[in-house]
Design a protein around this ligand. Structure first.
Ligand code: URP
Ligand code: ZN
Ligand code: ZN
Length: 457
């Protein structure tokens, strides 16, 4: 099967030019102007951007959490991702206490196989670092699971102590893996949560009020210090607080390989959302929580000046009905997480490029190229070049869309951005040479996504 995308503006992290893209099988074969090559199918992209497929390196599909399971599985979640212009995800497999990493990997492979409609890789969450598990990290890196998420929060569930974190960091110095850190001071938060509940403060907003920005900043600073002592890079996930960003900026100014991502929810939503009437604040219960509105400008600045390198989603949807309501009388029982796998590209384009905060190239870098580079997928993914996978998004920069649970494809009963009108919409999506989104319809196949063996740094 061959495909010719004609007349569009090809945009990568570094270039922007009018060009035709010829796809042969699963790969980009030729790029040129006015290509005269016969193809099985020609797609006219005049007036549109031709972008590398979006890469979302932070998703939680079919993930057990707090007595329930995230509402999107690998089928519904990856189809929703595709609608929004994302062609690759890196999801999180979880090692529970006493289990091997291989067991976790197999479990998550089974969740994805036969269901994923786009390509996927896994990070491995380590919750129990025995000597044997430490050795297993090397084997996993050899299998293409080259990044590990550790938690400084959720004591007794996910949290690792500093010694274990340090050992894991040291190990990546040998095996070339990358540690991704959930940086919040779990001990402090636990005390604040218990105190709030004892005082009868049970509403959703207390989730945010018991997770102070300083708890995120302290953990971010500690994570960076541990990585510095281990002499390895560190990647901070879902950074939300300006105070935490300061820690990353300071480290980068000292030349340390400290990287961080933020997510659309922290760029577009704020603490004010927790004050919505009734139980609606539960829609935004996620960790770290939403921060004061002023933080948004700081984060955008961080993205523009490369103190933040990636925008991922932390897509972890729970329905209001029957899931978020687990915490009706106790905010600490509200499952943590919010949906966003489908809305990332349009939101970042709208708030970033359309609003004049970042360039078009930077948009591509943040949503595709940088995640591909940091997580061992480049140049197979994250760019449009001869030899790269034909993961291509034809994006209409002028089209508008109103985000809504009524029309989105995520399997969740609310949209955190309900009613927000965005400019810049994914029109056509090609995944390894196959058209999987066309005219707002999914034309791909569940199960056609493949597991990605990622390389090391
Ligand atoms: O609230 C969140 N972020 N839920 C997903 C789990 C995590 O910590 O990323
Ligand atoms: Zn996390
Ligand atoms: Zn997450």
């Amino acid at each position: 099967m061959t495909l010719l995308v004609t007349g569009g503006t090809v945009v990568t992290a570094t270039d922007q030019y009018r060009g035709d893209v010829f796809v042969d099988g699963e790969k980009v074969a030729v790029i040129g102007s006015s290509l005269n090559i016969a193809a099985d199918r020609v797609i006219d992209a005049a007036g549109k951007y031709v972008l590398p497929g979006g890469i979302d390196v932070h998703t939680h599909l079919d993930m057990p959490f707090g007595g329930t399971t995230s509402a999107d599985d690998f089928e519904s979640g990856t189809i929703a991702a595709a609608h929004g212009g994302t062609t690759t995800i890196v999801d999180f497999a979880i090692q529970y206490k006493g289990q091997t990493l291989h067991h976790a990997w197999e479990t998550w492979m089974q969740k994805a196989q036969g269901k994923a409609a786009i390509d996927y890789g896994f990070h491995m969450i380590i919750t129990d670092l025995s000597d044997q598990v430490e050795q297993e990290m090397d084997a996993l890196v050899g299998e293409g699971i080259t990044s590990f998420k550790l938690f400084m929060a959720y004591p007794g569930v996910f949290m690792l102590d500093d010694g274990s974190i340090f050992r894991a960091l040291l190990r990546t110095g040998k095996n070339g893996g990358t540690i991704c850190m959930h940086a919040e001071n779990g001990g402090v938060i636990d005390v604040l949560v218990k105190r709030a509940l004892a005082e009868g403060r049970t509403a959703p907003k207390y989730h945010a009020l018991t997770r102070p920005a300083r708890a995120e900043a302290e953990a971010t600073s500690r994570a960076i210090a541990l990585a510095e002592m281990a002499d390895v890079p560190i990647y901070i996930v879902h950074l939300s607080a300006a105070e935490a960003l300061e820690m990353v900026t300071e480290a980068r100014d000292r030349g340390l390989p400290a990287y961080a991502e933020t997510c659309p929810q922290y760029l577009f939503l704020s603490y004010d959302n927790y004050e919505e009437p009734g139980f609606d604040g539960a829609k935004y219960v996620m960790s770290p929580p939403l921060r004061p509105k002023e933080t948004q400008a700081r984060l955008w600045r961080g993205l523009a000046f490369n103190d933040l390198q990636v925008v991922s989603t932390d897509h972890c949807p729970f329905c209001m009905k029957e899931q978020k309501t687990l915490g009706t009388d106790d905010f600490s029982k509200i499952p943590n997480g919010a949906p966003g796998i489908e809305t990332r590209m349009s939101l970042v384009y709208d708030g970033g490029v359309h609003a004049g905060r970042i360039s078009l190239n930077r948009f591509v870098e943040l949503t595709s190229t940088a995640p591909a580079k940091i997580f061992g997928l480049f140049p197979r993914k994250g760019t449009i070049a001869p030899g790269s996978d034909a993961d291509i998004v034809i994006f209409d920069p002028n089209k508008q869309l109103t985000l809504s649970a009524k029309t989105h494809h995520m399997r969740v009963d609310y949209n955190p951005y309900e009613g927000r009108r965005v400019t810049g919409v994914t029109e056509t999506v090609i995944s390894r040479g196959r058209v999987i989104i066309e005219n707002g319809t999914f034309t791909g196949r569940a199960g056609s996504g493949t597991f990605l063996r990622r390389s090391t740094r």
